[in-house]
Ligand binder design. Structure first.
Ligand code: HEC
Length: 182
C-alpha cells in the first residue's frame, strides 16, 4: 500500500490548488483540508507533484506504480505522469545532482518521500501557501512559514503573487494567478 502520509501529500497539493482560489488573504494556521477518499483530487495532486516538484525534489521511496493506490492504471501513469522514459516500476528519482542543486539554490532540495510524515500535512499545506515576493532574496521569493527559504515559488502562475503586509503580518494577493483571481 502507498503510505498514508504520501497520499496526504498529494491531497495537500490538490486542495492547495482549489483552496487558493477561495481566499485572497492567506492564513497560515490552516488545517489542510484533506479528503483521503477523493480519488480525483488525489490524482490532481499527483499530477501537480510530477509536473511542478519532481524537477528538483526526488521521492526515492515512492514507486510510480504505487499511484495505482489512488486509482490510476499503469497506462494512465505512463501516459500522463512519466515524461523522461521512466518505467512505472521505478522510484521517483531526479537527475539533478545534489551538489549542483546546493550550488544553484544555496540549499539542496530534500527528498520528499517522508516530508508529510516529518512535518505534518498542515505545515506542508501552509508552507506552499505562504510564499511572498521579496526582492532582497536571491530567488525573489521568501516564505512566511520558512523564513529565507531557498526554494522559489514554483506555483506562482497558479496562485498569483503575494506580498507581505509588514504591519499586519498577513499576505495579500498583489497579482492574480490562474486559480486565484483578485
Ligand atoms: C526549482 C527547484 C524546486 C522546485 C521546482 C520545488 N522545490 Fe521544494 N525546495 C527546493 C529547495 C532548494 C528547498 C530547500 C529550501 C531550504 O532549505 O532553504 C526546498 C524545500 C521544500 C520543502 C521544505 C522541506 C523541509 O522540510 O525543509 C518542501 C515541503 C518542498 N520544498 C515542497 C515542494 C513542492 C510540493 C514542490 C512542487 C509544488 C516543490 N517543492 C518544488 C527547491 C525546489
Amino acid at each position: 500500500m502507498m503510505k498514508k502520509w504520501f497520499i496526504q501529500a498529494f491531497a495537500s497539493l490538490a486542495m492547495l490548488a482549489s483552496g487558493i482560489a477561495m481566499a485572497n488573504e492567506v492564513h497560515i494556521d490552516v488545517k489542510a483540508p484533506i479528503k483521503m477518499t477523493d480519488k480525483a483530487s488525489l490524482q490532481r495532486g499527483a499530477k501537480i507533484f510530477v509536473n511542478y516538484c519532481l524537477n528538483c525534489h526526488s521521492a526515492n521511496y515512492m514507486r510510480y506504480n504505487r499511484l495505482q493506490d489512488i486509482g490510476l492504471t499503469d497506462k494512465q501513469i505512463k501516459d500522463n505522469l512519466l515524461f523522461a522514459g521512466e518505467k512505472v516500476g521505478e522510484t521517483m528519482r531526479i537527475s539533478m545532482n545534489p551538489k549542483d542543486a546546493k550550488k544553484w539554490f544555496g540549499a539542496a532540495p530534500p527528498d520528499l518521500s517522508v516530508e508529510v510524515r516529518a512535518r505534518g500535512a498542515d505545515w506542508v499545506y501552509a508552507y506552499l501557501r505562504s510564499f511572498y515576493k521579496d526582492d532582497t532574496r536571491p530567488t525573489g521569493w521568501n516564505n512566511q512559514v520558512f523564513d529565507k527559504v531557498a526554494m522559489p515559488h514554483v506555483l506562482y502562475e497558479l496562485q498569483g503573487v503575494q506580498v507581505l503586509d509588514h504591519e499586519t503580518h498577513t499576505l495579500k494577493l498583489e497579482k492574480a494567478g490562474k486559480l486565484n483571481p483578485i
